[in-house]
Design a protein around this ligand. Structure first.
Ligand SMILES: NC(=[NH2+])NCCC[C@H](N)C(=O)O
Ligand SMILES: [Mn+2]
Ligand SMILES: [Mn+2]
Length: 342
């Protein structure tokens, strides 16, 4: 690297990130990273529930909809190395990575609504390509850090983190169709909160690389506020790195968000998840957030509605919705009554 490049890099590392009040929304109607029908209809269902309008109601937020990612609907299951539908997963994520980079380069926070969690590969890849110093916070019941060798399901939604991190690249075989994706993100910039269903090898990976992790046991012990504050401090002691939150709806307790493919009891309450996101919002450094694994085809109408509402509440909290309410624009007093006698 020449001196000018080093200087430019140093300068960009020292710039203090300013809060962004612009967001770009991307939908990912994709479900081949897991086995149940329905996750692919979530972007449409979340939009129909008022996603864009509700975001626009957040004080001062400029919202632009970048539409849905093209996903191929080819039905034959090609299983490559214990990875179901790998070619489809790969193609979808390649498109998604480009779209996320595009939104970020437009000076917006990338808000991606999935879709199953295999799309974390595309969102993080696209974010990393723009902000190499990003940190990743997985808010999830699961660690999603299986390799094809350690996965018992063969579902890629349990593997995105392992595909992304460079420290695990030697544990993968050559993956046809995945040439576009180079695992460059360092596991040192990863942290988790909400975990309570971790597979054996996943635990091994977390311990081997000392990934800062607040399981539900830790959240119970310390509370959500201390947990996320500590996690942010460990990952970024100088408070200067762009934050990517990958929010799996199953981080919430199955009672709060029943319409999801791999629900786990004993999770975050909606209020804890809102608090968590308010704290992340307050950093001013959130640059990308994924909302994944809502499955409107699971459960009854009430379950479906509750799950989508919970997802919207949590997303809005991350993007600046205040439970204090926002004051009417340009008005400083209550409206005066004109007294009329009739
Ligand atoms: N994104 C998710 N909901 N992942 C669930 C993963 C479950 C399990 N650990 C697996 O690898 O298959
Ligand atoms: Mn999960
Ligand atoms: Mn997940």
């Amino acid at each position: 690297m020449n001196l000018v490049k080093i200087l430019v890099r140093k300068m960009s590392q020292n710039t203090i990130l300013k809060p962004l009040n612009r967001v770009g929304v991307i939908g990912v109607p994709f479900e081949k990273g897991q086995k149940k029908y329905g996750v692919s209809i979530a972007p449409a269902a979340v939009r129909a529930a008022g996603l864009i309008d509700e975001l626009k109601e957040i004080d001062g937020l400029d919202v632009k909809d970048f539409g849905d990612i093209e996903t191929s609907s080819c039905e034959n299951n090609v299983n490559v190395n214990n990875m179901n539908h790998l070619p489809l997963v790969s193609a979808c994520n390649k498109n998604l990575s480009e779209r996320v980079s595009h939104v970020l380069k437009d000076g917006r926070i990338a808000v991606t609504v999935g879709g199953d969690h295999s799309m974390g590969v595309g969102t993080v890849d696209g974010h990393y390509n723009v902000n190499e110093d990003m940190i990743l916070i997985g808010v999830d019941a699961h660690a999603d850090i299986n390799t094809n060798k350690t996965s018992e399901s063969g579902s890629v939604h349990g593997m995105p983190v392992a595909l992304l991190v460079r420290e695990l690249s030697d544990y993968w075989p050559y993956l046809p169709t995945m040439d576009w994706q180079v695992p460059r993100f360092s596991i040192k910039n990863l942290g988790y909160i909400g975990l309570r269903s971790v597979d054996k090898y996943e635990r091994l990976a977390i311990e081997k690389y000392n990934v800062p992790t607040f399981t539900m046991e830790d959240v119970d012990l310390h509370g959500v506020e201390k947990s996320i504050t500590h996690l942010l401090k460990v990952l970024d002691p100088e408070n200067r790195k762009p934050i990517h939150v990958s929010l799996d709806i199953d981080s919430l307790d199955a009672w709060e968000a029943p319409s999801t493919g791999t629900p786990v009891r004993g999770g975050l309450t909606l209020r804890e998840a809102i608090k968590l996101m308010e704290i992340i919002h307050a950093t001013g450094r959130l640059r990308a957030i994924d909302l994944v694994e809502i499955n409107p085809a699971i459960g009854n109408e009430n379950d479906r509605k509750r799950t989508i509402e919970a997802g919207l509440c949590v997303l809005k909290a991350a993007l600046g919705f205040s439970r204090k309410g926002s004051p009417p624009k340009g008005i400083t007093d209550l409206p005066i009554q004109t007294i009329s006698n009739n």
